[in-house]
Design a binder for this molecule. Sequence first.
Ligand SMILES: O=P(O)(O)OC[C@H]1O[C@H](OP(=O)(O)OP(=O)(O)O)[C@H](O)[C@@H]1O
Ligand SMILES: Nc1nc2[nH]cnc2c(=O)[nH]1
Length: 183
Amino acid sequence: MLERLIHSLETSPVMKRGEYNYFINPITDGVPLLEPALLREIGCAMVRVLDLKDVDKIVVCEAMGIHIGVAFSMMTDIPLVVVRKRSYDLPGEVAVHQTTGYSKGELYLNGVGAGDRVVIIDDVCSTGGTLRALISAIEQVGAEIADICVVISRGDEDIGRPLKTLVRIEVSETQVRVVDTCL
Ligand SMILES: O=P(O)(O)OC[C@H]1O[C@H](OP(=O)(O)OP(=O)(O)O)[C@H](O)[C@@H]1O
Ligand SMILES: Nc1nc2[nH]cnc2c(=O)[nH]1
């Protein structure tokens, strides 16, 4: 059931960001164009694989978690929290450091508190730096993480918790290869 995603990945261009082989895809970049059918395919797959029992909130990270989170929130009727890259200085805001294969920065979590039960979803896991930062922020506020799912994994990083992945890929200097799918 992931035919559209597999096709879009296997036709993705790859560019260099420093030494990092960065693939460009509608789900992970929003360019050149995100087809509604691809977004629906991913939303349906996530509904099938995620454990949503008693989940209060969906947590995603700015920017490329947002469209996936919006689709998923509208399909499940579970509210959405967006972890932002700028501070709002609201009471209870938690700041954590994010490192990826090509960038560093701060992430700011608002809207999740002790006793909440959340799922984390994101577009891609590569070094795992973003997911580790999100997990740390959620643990700091005392919320429970029910499940974590990314659309694409391109590494084999340990994030300290079970991670569900719709498709696993390998990225060379010139192309993306899908090596496994969850459905
Ligand atoms: O596993 P990692 O090495 O952490 O990489 C994964 C993260 O990289 C991208 O975010 P990025 O910070 O580039 O920002 P964007 O979503 O704003 O493009 C992507 O959306 C993931 O959140
Ligand atoms: N689009 C895109 N996002 C990423 N986030 C982490 N790695 C990548 C990548 O190679 N491509």
